[in-house]
Design a binder for this molecule. Structure first.
Ligand code: NAD
Length: 493
């Protein structure tokens, strides 16, 4: 793939900024490419294009079905480029190829889902007739595109996170400026190529690569942005929220988590171990909803821990392109150092290391870290409470259902939670008691484009995916009509 500048106003535009940043292959530590680092003027060009496309272009006025056709074309192109885009994601992010392929399939699936949902906007689904108590008036509420949206996304699911924002925003009739993560910009740049091939009208989607403190900040501060959709860490989310408050921008935030999985004594150990491992080792644990706190009924605890250790130590680590690899490198040196420091801090503060905790000796080059299991930490300890964002699981026993619920909810985060038991009523009861936006029963992590995604507490504001994701980009307008021929008669009798 050739990096040609920024995708602005339907074409590749040369950067105003002369700065660049490097993107690296985390499996080898080698530089892949120098990428243009957009500045405030580059962001301004992109916002101007998006503003003009929204205020004067055809996009918001088209029918949903017409917009859906463009989204479907984008889905088809992504599917046609599946293998190449998956390889690009492995190169930039490090994840194993089957996971990258799943991400890209989901990316196409997200465009396809919103292509279909856009059509439903034409079927009266964007209009509600309101029954008024006052005779002589009639009223309806209609949904309209919110305006120009700015999207800022992280590096853990680079193309999929772009799709979670671009597809619903465009389906709703908004126009958008996307700023991908500076750690994994490559598939977002490919999205520019895909938009060109799909013939998307100029200015509807604009993509500017760059650093958070420059391009990201400029997007947040831009007065012509109506909505900011952010996915990333809590500290950045808090900054964005504070800055957006200055001119009351509409915001949605998808932030971090420290998600619990509660395993009751009647759970099959093999199934429990499988879902724990999928929950914490998939994508190297760099997942906002990762199963990072596991609570196990004390009767099951010793046997489960032993089985988990055995299975975790069997995981094949290596480059994401190698056959049979289930755990790739962490995304970069900073993330690797951060996760290693977190493990060491946990141990210094009293946790016991059951397995992993270091770089595998055979993999000198690349940001590899063994699957890591920690126990014996205090409930208020840093390692139990804070997001690590790596292949590190903390395991603790519990005695009663109420204790498990209290421990699960004792967190400033509330993104996801999971429960496993053969007792359906117990699962339903615990699912309702969790203070989290996403709850899994007898599994952990599978994510579906049809279902709402988002967190309670410090894990965020708003919901993505499904019809909730579309609503993120719609305004509600009341239209009230005076139907009577009688005079109103307040001033003029
Ligand atoms: P991050 O907050 O460091 O960066 C996210 C994005 O924000 C990047 O594009 C970055 O360039 C930009 N940014 C940084 N500073 C900025 C600023 N001052 N103004 C504007 N933009 C700025 O997060 P990350 O390390 O890329 O991602 C990991 C985090 O994302 C984790 O906390 C994870 O839990 C969270 N996450 C959440 C979800 C979810 O759906 N809830 C999904 C994926 C990741």
């Amino acid at each position: 793939m050739k990096v040609q500048g920024f995708y602005i106003n339907g074409q590749w535009q040369q950067p105003n900024s002369k700065n660049t940043f490097t993107t690296i292959n985390p499996a080898t530590e080698a530089i892949i490419d120098e990428i243009p680092a957009g500045n405030a003027q580059d962001i301004d060009s992109a916002v101007k294009a998006a503003r003009a496309a929204f205020d004067h272009g055809p996009w918001p006025k088209m029918t949903g079905a017409e917009r859906g056709e463009y989204l479907q074309k984008m889905a088809d192109i992504i599917n046609a480029r599946l293998d190449e885009l998956s390889k690009l994601e492995v190169l930039d992010n490090g994840k194993p190829y089957p996971e990258a392929k799943w991400d890209i399939e989901d990316t196409a699936g997200t465009f396809e889902f919103y292509a279909n949902l856009a059509k439903e906007l034409d079927d009266g689904n964007s209009e509600d007739v309101i029954a008024l108590s006052e005779p002589g008036f009639s009223s309806k509420a209609i949904k309209e595109p919110l305006g120009v949206a700015g999207a800022i996304i992280p590096w853990n699911f680079p193309m999929l996170m772009a799709a979670w924002k671009v597809a619903p925003a465009l389906a709703a009739g908004c126009t958008m400026v996307l700023k991908p993560s500076e750690i994994t910009p490559l598939t977002a740049i490919a999205l520019g190529e895909i938009a060109i091939e799909a013939g998307l009208p100029a200015g509807v989607l604009n993509i500017v690569t760059g650093l958070g403190v420059d391009a990201g900040q400029a997007l947040v501060d831009h007065p012509d942005i109506d909505k900011l959709a952010f996915t990333g860490s809590v500290p950045t989310g808090a900054k964005i929220m504070a800055n957006a408050a200055k001119d009351i921008k509409n915001i949605s935030l998808e932030l971090g988590g420290k998600s619990p999985l509660v395993i009751f004594e009647d759970t099959d150990i093999e199934k429990a171990v499988e879902w724990i491992m999928f929950g914490i080792f998939w994508n190297q644990g760099q997942v906002c909803s990762a199963t990072s706190r596991v609570l196990v009924a004390e009767e099951l605890y010793p046997a489960l821990l032993a089985r988990l250790k055995t299975e975790a130590e069997k995981i094949t680590l290596g480059s994401g392109n190698e056959e049979g690899v289930l755990l790739g490198p962490l995304v970069n040196q900073t993330q690797y150092q951060k996760v290693l420091a977190a493990i060491n801090r946990g141990i210094e503060e009293g946790a016991s290391l059951v397995s992993g905790g270091k770089k595998p000796p055979a993999l000198e080059q690349g940001y590899y870290l063994e699957p890591t299991i920690l126990t014996d930490m205090e409930e208020d300890s840093w390692i139990w409470q804070e997001e690590i964002f790596g292949p590190v699981v903390c395991v603790k026993p519990f005695k009663t259902e109420q204790q498990a619920i209290d421990m699960a909810n004792n967190s400033r985060f509330g993104l996801a939670a999971a429960v496993m038991s053969k007792d359906n009523e117990r699962c339903e009861r615990v699912a309702k008691a969790f203070r989290a936006g996403i709850v899994w029963i007898n599994c952990s992590q599978p994510t579906f484009v049809e279902a709402p995604w988002g967190g309670y507490k410090q894990s965020g504001i708003g919901r993505e995916l499904g019809k909730w994701g579309l609503n993120n980009y719609l305004e509600t307008k009341q239209i009230t009509r005076f139907d009577s021929d009688e005079p109103w008669g307040w001033y003029i009798k």
